[in-house]
Design a protein around this ligand. Structure first.
Ligand SMILES: [Zn+2]
Ligand SMILES: [Zn+2]
Length: 124
């Protein structure tokens, strides 16, 4: 992990991804639609990677999109290739969240307990 300085960071709370212990697993990114290794992660180590495609050819064809599967589809983790867990919020406008329990165990646990509030940023 590296942190750039001198530029105002976005106000999003940075996500702490859990380490992937599988040998070589962190060398790739994975198709959101089926979880197969998509491409080497090497280019993402450069400063400003541009992600234009997050699915393999057959999934892009199947879903008609380059980045995300159609709503309601199962998704896989772009980071580790594992199946995402799907959470749907309750409320007037239910939202669907796809969370990888391996990479984001904290968030998955929070959603599982029904807490969909974003974590508080550092004190206002
Ligand atoms: Zn695919
Ligand atoms: Zn993952």
């Amino acid at each position: 992990m590296s942190f750039s300085t001198g530029r105002p960071a976005s106000r999003r709370v940075p996500e702490n991804f859990a380490d992937d212990p599988r040998p070589g697993a962190s060398g790739y990114v994975y198709c959101k639609g089926c979880g197969t290794p998509l491409e080497s992660r090497a280019r993402f180590t450069r400063s400003r990677p541009t992600v234009t495609v997050m699915m393999c050819d057959s999934c892009r064809e199947r879903h008609g999109h380059d980045l995300i599967p159609v709503a309601g589809s199962a998704t896989f983790c772009y980071r580790c290739g594992g199946p995402d867990e799907i959470f749907v919020t309750t409320g007037i406008w239910p939202e669907t969240h796809h969370v990888c329990p391996r990479c984001l165990p904290d968030r998955a646990a929070r959603y599982r307990s029904g807490n969909f509030a974003p974590p508080e940023p550092d004190a206002p």
